[in-house]
Design a protein around this ligand. Structure first.
Ligand code: CS2
Length: 511
């Protein structure tokens, strides 16, 4: 007897879903496209697309999403085959909540050529573009936020502006086409974890447009808005296991499952070029200034993730939840956040910083979220400025200790250095600066002082003022020396112990 293959998720299945799976509460057939999203990955499917789905259920409007990928993976084969539908699982330890999200109407693969993406982005139907293109997608210099004019894709796009490959090149071209056709304004909403993401996006698009020299930069100034935003939900890369689980639990196949934690947050700068979806009706917040929110999130939650990721790999641990289950790493991360990170933050209305730290650490303990340390360590060079170096700079300015925050900076270095077999261990790394760090390590050998001198001289990551700071250099050198030894966790322990001793000696702060 042959067993029929399980059905694949699609519109036809919506009326026959198991009771445990929630479905869109609005008429999808009546939904029309109003916005595009660049970079449809697990995060978008668990975040902006879910908020939009919530909004469509509450207040139906023309806000269907056209999802575009200009980098892998291909979308047509997965989401496209399912008419944009997918299962969004919320998982917390043994708790599972399943829901079909219907807000993505259409998907467009534009990996080989920019034309399909440009067609969508320049259409007058599209009033807003949201994007999650990863930190390196902006082609900016991490230490300054300016467009990296030596980036190979930018060099290509400035020479071939009609067939761009980079995000700044594609957006500038789409805006140019909008100006030449219907002239409708556009809001471009960055949802990546870079500081002042709206300002960085505006910088790179403006710098690119200025070089076109045809008045485009002025048109953009008058007709486009680049609000900053803080986004939050832990949604790791999806695994085959996640796809198989959906089939096992609910009886259908879904090639585009997304898995996230229960917590979500979205704070958006109130600066729009036209109509905006009322995401504020479904849990997002529109504010005048997102800076305090993004500092809090990137320095606490993301800072903890990056620290646990690199130190976790050095300790032989696979996931964030494994790293935070380690008593030493858990004690280190809490002490680092409370003693060194929190004093660098400006107050966030309605949020107690200590409660936020506890809540963030609690989220990282969720064992159903299989967030690999290697995934978080990917592109560390693009993440450490906003997560670690900026709070370090603030601490140094305040004349305060950076003994703990400098350990994960050395952790990032050790992670890249030790990826090479020559240094004893080996793991595949993905970071635009991996080659540079490997070349420095090849030239200097295992001498922490020389390694740190070489790496701090990379001024596109470390601004020269910070790199020249003696306290910083010494702290990172001492931590790196220990992390490269056979017992890297001894360094974590030593620095934690020293910080504890200093804290106990300090006179109690008055309330
Ligand atoms: C993570 C983030 O991979 C990473 O860099 O730190 O994707 C993180 O999970 C999200 O920012 C959480 O909102």
């Amino acid at each position: 007897m042959s067993v029929a293959a399980p059905e694949t998720l699609g519109p036809a299945l919506l009326d026959r879903l198991p009771a445990a799976v929630q479905k869109p509460a609005y008429d999808r057939a009546a939904l029309a496209p109003g916005m595009a999203h660049l970079g449809v990955g697990a995060f978008h499917r668990c975040h902006q697309a879910e908020y939009t789905d919530d909004l469509l259920s509450l207040q139906f409007d023309r806000w269907g999403v056209v999802g575009i990928n200009i980098r892998p993976p291909n979308l047509t084969e997965t989401l496209g085959r399912q008419s944009g539908l997918y299962t969004r699982l919320i998982r917390e330890n043994s708790h599972i909540e399943a829901r079909i999200i219907g807000s993505i109407l259409e998907v467009v693969d534009s990996q080989a050529r920019a034309a399909p993406a440009l067609d969508v982005l320049s259409s007058s139907d599209i009033e807003l573009v949201t994007m999650t293109v990863t930190e390196k997608g902006y082609c900016h210099i991490p230490s300054s936020g300016e467009l990296d004019l030596s980036h190979p894709d930018i060099v290509h796009d400035l020479a071939n502006p009609q067939t761009p490959r980079s995000v700044p090149g594609i957006l500038a071209r789409a805006l140019e086409q909008r100006r030449a056709t219907h002239g409708q304004p556009l809001t471009l909403l960055s949802c990546d974890n870079i500081q002042s993401n709206g300002i960085i996006l505006a910088n790179v698009v403006r710098a690119f447009a200025q070089r076109r020299g045809n008045g485009l930069a002025d048109w953009i100034e008058a007709n486009a808005a680049f609000p900053s935003a803080m986004v939050d939900r832990i949604a790791p890369a999806v695994t085959q296991d996640d796809l198989d689980s959906v089939e096992q639990w609910f009886g259908y196949r879904d090639a585009a499952v997304a898995v996230g934690e229960p917590f979500r947050q979205w704070v958006i700068e109130h600066k729009f070029a036209g109509r905006m979806p009322r995401w504020d009706l479904v849990g997002a917040t529109f504010v005048d200034d997102v800076t305090p929110f993004e500092h809090l999130k990137m320095r606490v939650l993301n800072g903890a993730q990056t620290t646990l990721a690199t130190l976790g790999v050095l300790a032989g641990l696979e996931h964030t939840s494994d790293a935070i289950a380690d008593p030493l790493l858990a004690a280190f991360i809490k002490c680092m956040l409370v003693e060194e990170t929190l004093p660098t933050l400006t107050p966030v209305p309605g949020m107690d910083p200590l409660t936020y730290v506890e809540q963030s650490l609690g989220r990282l303990k969720n064992t159903a979220i299989r967030h690999r340390n290697h995934q978080i360590a990917t592109d560390g060079s693009q993440k450490i400025v906003q997560r670690l170096l900026n709070p370090i700079r603030d601490r140094l300015r305040q004349g305060e200790s950076i003994a703990l925050l400098s350990v994960p900076v050395a952790g990032w270095m050790a992670y890249l250095i030790q990826a090479s077999e020559k240094f004893g261990r080996s793991w595949p790394v993905s970071d635009p600066y991996a080659g540079k760090v490997a070349a420095i390590a090849d030239a200097t050998g295992r001498d922490a002082k020389a390694l740190v001198a070489g790496i701090l001289a990379i001024d596109t990551i470390f601004d020269p003022g910070l790199a020249a700071n003696d306290t910083f250099r010494k702290a990172v050198t001492s931590a790196l020396d220990g992390l490269l030894s056979d017992d890297p966790m001894a360094t974590v322990k030593r620095n934690l112990k020293q910080a504890d001793t200093t804290r106990l000696k300090r006179p109690a702060r008055s309330a």
